[in-house]
Design a protein around this ligand. Structure first.
Ligand code: PEP
Ligand code: MN
Length: 298
C-alpha cells in the first residue's frame, strides 16, 4: 500500500528526470557534472572551499575576512547580505549595500562570491552582483524563488531544507533544472534530528552524500558551520565530509585578532582563519581523494 503524497527514492526518475542518473544515462556511474563559477570548479577532482562571514556587517569586517580566507587557501567568498533570521527584530543584513561590499571584496581578492537570495523579486538584483546564488535551508521549497533562480541562469547553491528528504531536495533542484539551469551545487547543512540542540545545532547527515551521489550527477558540498553550530566541531566535521566524498565545503569564518569585532550572527560557529588553513591543508594532503573514491566504488 502506498500513502498519498509519500514518495521514495524509486520515484526519483519521475520527480526529477532532468537531474536523475537513472534517467540521464550519458553520465558514467561515478561521473559528476562539473559546475563552474568563474575559475572555480565544483565536482572536479579537488574539493572547493568557500569561506567568509555569516553576514556582511561592514566593509571593513568583510574585507578583513575576505583577505584572511584567501590567504588561508579558500577559493570562494561567502557572506549574507539578506539574512533569514528567526526574529524579525534581529539584524537582517545590509541588503543591497551588503552586495556592493561583497563586490568590493571580490575586486580586491579575486574570489568569486556566493550570497543568499530569499525573495523571488530580488533574484535579478542579487544576480547582478553575485557569481552564485544561495538558496537557504528555509527556502529550499520556495518554488517561485526556485523558478526565478532557475531563469537567472546563475549557478545556484541549493541548501538542503533542515528536515528535507532526498526526494524533496532533488525535487527542489529539478525546479531549477526545468528552467534550463543545470548549474546546481547541492549543500548538506545538517538536519533537525535527535539530538540536535543538545551538543550541536543540527545533525550532520554524512550518509546523505553517497546517497545523493548515487541518484544525481550534481555536485554536493557540506556546510559544517550550520551543521554543528559549534566552532570547535567545524574542523572534524569538515574532514569527515571530505572523507565521505563531499565536493567541497562552505565555512563561516571570523577574524580573531585583537580588536576584531564579534560577529552579529552565528558567532559561536565561526572558525578563525588559522583553523580554515588547517582544513585546506587536510584537503591538500588528501589530493588523491578523487582517485580513492573511484577505487572504492566497485
Ligand atoms: C547561511 O549559510 O548563511 C544560512 C543561513 O544557512 P542555512 O540556510 O543553511 O541555515
Ligand atoms: Mn550563519
Amino acid at each position: 500500500m502506498s500513502i498519498a503524497g509519500i514518495v521514495g527514492l524509486s520515484d526519483l526518475p519521475r520527480i526529477c528526470p532532468l537531474i536523475s542518473r537513472r534517467v540521464q544515462t550519458s553520465f558514467e556511474e561515478d561521473e559528476t557534472r562539473v559546475v563552474a563559477v568563474g575559475k572555480v570548479k565544483f565536482g572536479a577532482e579537488r574539493p572547493v572551499v568557500i569561506a567568509g562571514p555569516c553576514a556582511v556587517e561592514s566593509e571593513e569586517q568583510t574585507l578583513q575576512v575576505a583577505r584572511a580566507v584567501k590567504a588561508a587557501g579558500a577559493e570562494m567568498l561567502r557572506g549574507g547580505a539578506f539574512k533569514p533570521r528567526t526574529s524579525p527584530h534581529d539584524f537582517q543584513g545590509l541588503g543591497v549595500e551588503g552586495l556592493r561590499i561583497l563586490c568590493e571584496a571580490r575586486r580586491e581578492t579575486g574570489l568569486p562570491v556566493v550570497t543568499e537570495v530569499m525573495d523571488p523579486r530580488l533574484v535579478e538584483t542579487v544576480a547582478e552582483y553575485a557569481d552564485m546564488l544561495q538558496i537557504g535551508s528555509r527556502n529550499m521549497q520556495n518554488y517561485p524563488l526556485l523558478i526565478e533562480a532557475g531563469k537567472s541562469g546563475k549557478p545556484v547553491l541549493l541548501k538542503r531544507g533542515m528536515a528535507a528528504s532526498v526526494c524533496e531536495w532533488l525535487g527542489a533542484a529539478e525546479y531549477l533544472a526545468k528552467e534550463g539551469n543545470l548549474n546546481i551545487v547541492l549543500c548538506e547543512r545538517g538536519i533537525k534530528a535527535y539530538p540536535s540542540g543538545e551538543y550541536s545545532r543540527n545533525v550532520l547527515d554524512l550518509s546523505v552524500i553517497p546517497a545523493v551521489k548515487a541518484e544525481t550527477f550534481l555536485p554536493v558540498i557540506v556546510d559544517p558551520s550550520h551543521a554543528t553550530g559549534v566552532s570547535s566541531m567545524v574542523e572534524s566535521a569538515s574532514c569527515a565530509s571530505i572523507a565521505a566524498g563531499s565536493h567541497g565545503l562552505i565555512i563561516e569564518v571570523a577574524c580573531d585578532h585583537p580588536g576584531a569585532a564579534k560577529p552579529r550572527c552565528d558567532a559561536a560557529q565561526a572558525i578563525n582563519p588559522e583553523t580554515l588553513r588547517t582544513i585546506v591543508q587536510f584537503i591538500d594532503s588528501r589530493a588523491d581523494i578523487g582517485t580513492m573514491r573511484r577505487a572504492y566504488a566497485v
